[in-house]
Design a protein around this ligand. Structure first.
Ligand SMILES: [Zn+2]
Length: 372
């Protein structure tokens, strides 16, 4: 058998850096071994930069790619959502082309697998081509329990169209899902892998704690009485996390307004929880950063996501790492690269193939340059 032997300036295996090592791959990309450079022989190819397993983008909305550059920055979540909803003048062709371009951008940036939010089937033709691995999170929403049945029927139709690609029906956000819709989602017979936009704004906690703030105004504006909604007196995460069952795995996305008490509750929960950071989107939408030091201090399973091109200038996990490094210089590159690789693979339950250079895996690769 012929092997490809790669010796990079720095080799990261998904967990740690190696010095003076050579990565040996089978011709189809399957990992054979990591060996000492002295044993590499004369057919070792040099690689300039950091060689890592392919990046895992745990949160994207590929179907929103046509909104690149369309939404003004730093106006806050409520205004951001309003602007996204107003953008309707795009042909199917323009949407499809933007999806294809965005996927190609992810490939060029070393991304091999994506946790992708779907409200529609727009991305399906592109995904069927199989360039990247996708777990399709079919996102259900509807705060009004009267429409839960009808809404769920629609999401189930979308889900069925995605089959046999990996997919699951998931809640959009704590404030946008009625009790009845929650029940339908969590009892549906499907892969037990969930995602939710969590604590993206302070208003989300206010709504659950006191039934006040921006969401109270938003529902009023929508003509929705919400008389049936009783505030729990707790934060959003503390209110909804106990709904999940122990065998369900959950990806919490954004976590900008997550407290130590929230993290403590998640640690005690039988549901396994991954914390997805999308720093560039947080900066784009509301000029905020998640409480990274708190998450690290509490040994949380951290992963990274780009969110969509509606709220980001690019789809690059390396750019997310650079933004984290800028705001949190105490984080080590090794730590962040493990979030981008092995942790991401575990969060999407694909660590048997992705996330690390371990014998028998076929994780793809990314080559990046520190300081660029
Ligand atoms: Zn999102």
């Amino acid at each position: 058998m012929r092997f490809n032997k790669l010796q990079a300036t720095q080799l990261f295996d998904g967990y740690r850096f190696h010095q003076d090592k050579v990565l040996v791959l089978q011709e189809n990309g399957t990992v054979e071994a990591i060996i000492d450079a002295s044993e590499g022989g004369d057919d070792v190819q040099p690689v300039a930069g950091i060689l890592t397993p392919g990046f895992i983008n745990c949160h994207c909305h590929l179907e929103l790619s046509h909104l690149k550059g369309r939404i003004p920055e730093k106006t806050g979540l409520a205004d951001f959502v309003r602007q996204v909803v107003q953008q309707r003048d795009f042909s199917e062709d323009a949407i499809s082309q933007a999806i294809a371009d965005a996927e190609q951008e992810m490939q060029q940036n070393g991304i091999v697998a994506v946790g992708d939010i779907c409200n529609t089937t727009h991305t399906l033709p592109q995904k069927k081509q199989g360039h990247l691995y996708y777990h399709n999170f079919i996102e259900a929403m509807g705060a009004n329990p009267a429409v839960a049945d009808k809404n769920f029927e629609y999401y189930e139709t979308v889900y069925r169209q995605f089959e046999p690609l990996p997919a699951s029906i998931v809640p959009h956000a704590p404030y946008s899902v009625s009790d009845l819709l929650w029940e339908k989602i969590l009892s549906y017979p499907q892969k037990q892998l969930f995602s939710i936009h969590n604590q993206e704004t302070a208003d989300e906690n206010l709504w659950f704690e006191q039934k006040t703030g921006g969401f109270a105004e938003m529902f009023k504006g929508m003509g929705l009485s919400m008389d049936f909604f009783q505030p729990s007196g707790k934060t959003s995460l503390q209110t909804y996390l106990p709904r999940f069952h122990s065998e369900q795995q959950l990806l919490l996305v954004h976590n900008v307004h997550t407290s130590e008490a929230d993290i403590e509750l998640a640690r005690q929960s039988a549901t396994s929880v991954y914390w997805c950071l999308c720093p560039n989107a947080n900066e784009y939408i509301s000029r905020t950063m998640p409480p990274v030091a708190l998450l690290v201090k509490n040994d949380c399973n951290i992963v990274l996501g780009t969110d969509s091109l509606a709220s980001n200038h690019q789809l690059s996990i390396w750019e997310e790492i650079k933004t984290l490094q800028k705001h949190f210089p105490e984080l080590s590159l090794e730590q962040m690269l493990s979030w981008a690789t092995i942790n991401g693979a575990k969060a999407l339950k694909i660590e048997a193939q992705y996330g690390s250079f371990e014998k028998g895996k076929k994780p793809g690769m990314a080559i990046v340059t520190a300081g660029s």
